[in-house]
Design a protein around this ligand. Structure first.
Ligand SMILES: [Zn+2]
Ligand SMILES: [Zn+2]
Length: 360
């Protein structure tokens, strides 16, 4: 294992320095020794490279941990890719998680060396939104707080300090990949240099990541008629791509709250409608709930329990069309519990008059 310099000393911070302290120290020194500001000064250039290497390790939680523990940002021997070990136990934001796993499952084929770092598309993001039944009926626009990344403006996503020349990547020592042992045997692209084996000093703005975290309000249009569990895609609102790769997409899983009055099957709605024995026999006009309010439905004389009456086009909108589903009233005839003698008498009389032999 090659000896690594004292990165803490280079940045002038203590071993227990916070991420913020490291960032500040690096920025301050990087500005001082940046080659653009010290043209022709070989010492400043060397110093700048040292600073970049130190920052590269100490600003990356995984490399820093390895460096602290083993004296090597790549970790202990045979521990494989530095971005892999311990990724499960660390809390990363989306950007870092993407960096940690980015390229991990890339197959390098039959030992071919990748010498050019290609563009990498950004990762997709997932969000869940919960909306009311009414919003699902009418459609809605939701302002959504999304933690994503955007392409670094200072380096245009290359991750390289503007104007800096390329040197051997310190993480992979110029190989561009790591040999991975264990179950996931094979070659793993060096995420530090994107497999190129060479890298310039990292951009001080994004610490070489090529993208910066951003909290953004994304307004999402939920179309009328959206169903519970629907997945909507918002193009280009995932993580920023790297080295010129396009941004990922934002996927929304929509949860629609249940409205106790309706049962929904696709665009059709079902309402349970209790009616009296008399209304069923004689027919009636009854109000039923609809997504907009109420509608009057005509119960034909002689309506049976469990029959369904349809109100055409009064269900939920069919997404991406101007159609609507239907609203069905499921009739429940409520049999009266007769207590008084007068009613019993009338019903007996009614029964004698209307003996249709229903069981024959
Ligand atoms: Zn940058
Ligand atoms: Zn590398």
């Amino acid at each position: 294992m090659a000896a690594h310099p004292d990165y803490y000393k280079i940045l002038g911070v203590s071993k227990g320095a916070s991420d913020d302290d490291i960032k500040k120290a690096y920025r301050k020194l990087a500005r001082k020794y940046h080659p653009d500001l010290n043209p022709g000064d070989k010492q400043a250039e060397a110093k700048f490279k040292e600073l970049s290497a130190a920052n590269d390790v100490l600003s990356d939680p995984e490399k820093r941990k390895n460096y602290d523990q083993f004296g090597d940002p790549a970790g202990a021997p045979q521990m494989g890719h530095p971005g892999f070990e311990g990724a499960g136990g660390q809390s990363f934001d989306f950007g870092d998680l993407g960096e940690a796993f980015g390229g991990f499952f890339q197959n390098f084929g039959s030992g071919r060396r990748a010498r050019r770092a290609g563009p990498k598309p950004g990762e997709d993001l997932q969000h869940t939104v919960r909306i009311s039944f009414q919003d699902a009926f009418k459609g809605t626009k939701l302002p959504l707080q999304v933690s994503r990344t955007e392409t670094c403006r200072a380096c245009q996503g290359s991750g390289e300090a503007p104007g800096a020349s390329k040197t051997t990547c310190p993480t992979c020592k110029g190989r561009g990949y790591f040999e991975q042992g264990g179950i996931l045997r094979g070659r793993v692209e060096c995420d530090d240099c994107g497999g190129a084996g060479q890298k310039a000093a990292p951009c001080p703005e994004c610490q070489g990541r090529g993208r910066n975290p951003k909290r953004e309000t994304v307004t999402v249009a939920i179309p009328p008629g959206v169903e519970d569990g629907a997945k909507l895609r918002v193009a280009g609102k995932g993580e920023a791509g790297r080295r010129g790769g396009g941004a990922g997409d934002l996927y929304l899983q929509v949860q629609v709250e249940h409205d106790a009055r309706f049962e929904r099957k696709g665009p059709n709605l079902y309402v349970k409608l209790p009616i009296s024995f008399t209304e069923a026999a004689l027919g009636a006009k009854v109000d039923i709930p609809t997504p907009e309010g109420t509608s009057t439905i005509k119960i034909p004389p002689g309506t049976q329990s469990a029959s369904k009456l349809r109100l055409k086009g009064q269900g939920m909108p069919v997404p991406k069309s101007d159609q609507r589903g239907d609203l069905f009233a499921e009739i429940q005839v409520v049999t009266p519990k007769i207590q008084d003698e007068r009613s019993k008498e009338l019903l007996r009389e009614l029964g004698d008059l209307n003996d249709h032999g229903i069981r024959h």
